[in-house]
Design a protein around this ligand. Structure first.
Ligand code: ME8
Length: 527
């Protein structure tokens, strides 16, 4: 069982390609794990509570419930356009989720892990959290990342995070795979230092915020949005589900293998709050999921002095790119391919439409599209639309077949480590190698020479086989295009293969193919 989740997005605006990237990355991993033969459960969804959402709804002149319903539709529409195949959908206004959150709060309170106290200090609306002096920069100010900061004096409920910190430090230090990639671990250990001695404020007074889940033991308060949102990973997996609900069977799913999140929500929310919450609820070290932390899509920016730089794409900065418009302009395959090809998992990348077009045209249209087109066209033209048995073999054929083993090894290694861009590099090399092989043999010329019919048949069969193999390897990334290729290959059985089945010869000799239609029509940037 491979259970994976993404962050759930705030419903205070439409999704942008930063959100889309995370969901596509998770979809690619989910589809890859299915290809490996795993039983996969992919959960994603939306974070519908909190002050940011309440404020945006007010500005829009509607109540928060109406507002989140509308915005949520925008998310599911975008995810359909991107071809996401998720198994579970989390909406934090769902009554089953609310019941689960309240059950956990009640239990922690009964166990003495929640207490009430008065606090006077500063609060960041953007991050929805109280700030301490540790958050001040070298000038004693709260930096830009906190957005608007307000002074507050109020009573609230606190979760005894400080009780968990010693365990957390030890857990992080001893669990190599807890944070992927490894270089992020230092951020977590630093954040643990900063957290020491502080507890987590888990409530907001209703006089200030009404849009949230009521505390079960004090209805003058709602639950802090992060405490509510993080629980989605277990509530929608069936944790403490009421009898008769159609949520999944929790014991079958948990622990999740991966929580996929952006680097801005590694600390403190996921690595500290969530991990400590799980521990306090009673999960053991072995039942704590790993965090796969991705980087940001940034937007290039010229400073006033002309210096080139970049800034995060974000709703609050108003510099976002709409994934739906992108799919409508360039197609699902181009967008999915770009989002996982042009960023190395864990690192940042600058969004650049010219790179999207360039990668599509060179790696898909000119490379795979061209190979598919000529392999099928020539098979149609020179051998009646079927591959034909041949005695011909030489070094170049043997080399092409052997290159598959190298590609498979690299592909598997990188995909297992969630390094999609490197896995794609290996597949692209294989396709390029097959095109070079075709150029060497020039089937369009040897077809004129009857004495070379054996060579022609061997070359065409190798080319068709390489197209079939590439279509299986690329399917997690560009499922639509690969389905179209497999339809043209008239090889339905390819959809049933698992990674283990991949070896040279997934098509039988005698495979009939259809007349090709371009799978990747070149994009003209002017359009
Ligand atoms: O943080 N590039 O929601 P959110 C890449 N509701 N990823 C980006 C990005 C960018 N430019 N901008 C945002 C929240 N993301 C909470 C999560 S989980 C229990 C609650 C990623 O809508 C971001 O890193 O601000 C996060 O993983 C996700 O989009 C949702 O961000």
């Amino acid at each position: 069982m491979f259970y994976l989740t993404t962050a759930i997005d705030y419903t205070n605006g439409a999704p942008h390609i930063g959100h889309a990237y995370e969901k596509v990355l998770a979809d690619v991993i989910a589809r890859y794990r299915r290809l490996r033969g795993d039983d996969v459960y992919y959960l994603t969804g939306v974070d519908q509570h909190g002050q940011k959402v309440q404020q945006t709804a007010e500005k829009d002149g509607v109540n928060p419930a109406t507002y989140v319903k509308r915005v949520t539709k925008g998310f599911t529409h975008a995810w359909d356009k991107l071809g996401l195949q998720y198994d579970g959908w989390a909406e934090t206004t769902n009554p089953l989720h609310k019941e689960c959150v309240q059950g956990i709060l009640q239990r922690l309170s009964d166990e003495g892990l929640i207490y009430k106290k008065r606090y006077t200090g500063f609060y960041s609306i953007r991050q929805e959290q109280f700030l301490t002096d540790k958050e001040r920069d070298e000038n004693g100010e709260f930096g830009e990342e906190w957005g608007q900061v307000e002074e507050r004096d109020e009573e609230n409920y606190y979760f005894k995070l400080s009780d968990q910190v010693a365990w957390l430090r030890q857990f992080v230090e001893t669990h190599e795979d807890f944070v992927i990639p490894q270089f992020r671990k230092a951020d977590v250990l630093n954040a643990i230092e900063r957290t020491e001695g502080t507890d987590l404020c888990i409530s907001r007074p209703k006089e200030r915020l009404r849009w949230g889940i009521e505390l079960p033991f004090d209805t003058d308060f709602v639950t802090f949005v992060w405490f509510d949102a993080l629980i989605n990973y277990i509530s929608f997996a069936g944790y403490n589900k009421p009898e008769g609900s159609d949520l999944p069977d929790f014991d079958k799913l948990w622990p999740a293998q991966l929580h996929i999140i952006g680097k801005d929500i590694l600390v403190p929310s996921h690595s500290i709050y969530w991990t400590c919450m799980l521990h306090a609820i009673g999960f053991t070290d072995e039942q704590i999921p790993s965090l796969l932390v991705h980087g940001w899509w940034n937007i290039k920016k010229k400073a006033d002095d002309g210096a080139e730089g970049s800034e995060k794409m974000s709703k609050s900065l108003g510099n976002v790119v709409d994934p739906v418009a992108l799919v409508e302009t360039f197609g699902q395959d181009a967008v999915r391919y770009y989002l996982v090809r042009d960023i190395h998992t864990g690192r940042d990348s600058d969004y650049d439409i010219e790179r999207l077009v360039m990668l599509f045209n060179t790696e898909l249209a000119n490379n795979l599209g061209n190979l598919c087109n000529r392999a099928l066209n020539m098979t149609k033209r020179y051998s009646g639309g079927v591959t034909v048995a041949s005695e011909f073999d030489d070094d170049s054929c043997a080399k092409l077949r052997a290159s598959l083993d190298v590609v498979l090894e690299k592909y598997r290694k990188h995909m297992d480590q969630y390094e999609i861009s490197y896995a794609l590099e290996a597949v692209v090399e294989f396709i390029t190698g097959t095109n070079v092989f075709a150029e060497q043999h020039k089937p369009w010329e040897i077809a004129k020479d009857e004495s070379k019919v054996d060579e022609l048949n061997a070359v065409l069969a190798h080319m068709v086989e390489a197209v079939a193999l590439a279509s299986v390897l690329l399917k997690p990334i560009i499922p639509n295009a690969c389905e179209r290729i497999q339809t043209q290959l008239k090889a339905d059985h390819l959809a049933e293969l698992s990674l283990e089945d991949l070896k040279w010869g997934i098509l039988d000799i005698g495979q009939e193919v259809a007349k090709p239609k371009p799978v990747f029509p070149r994009i003209q940037l002017e359009e």
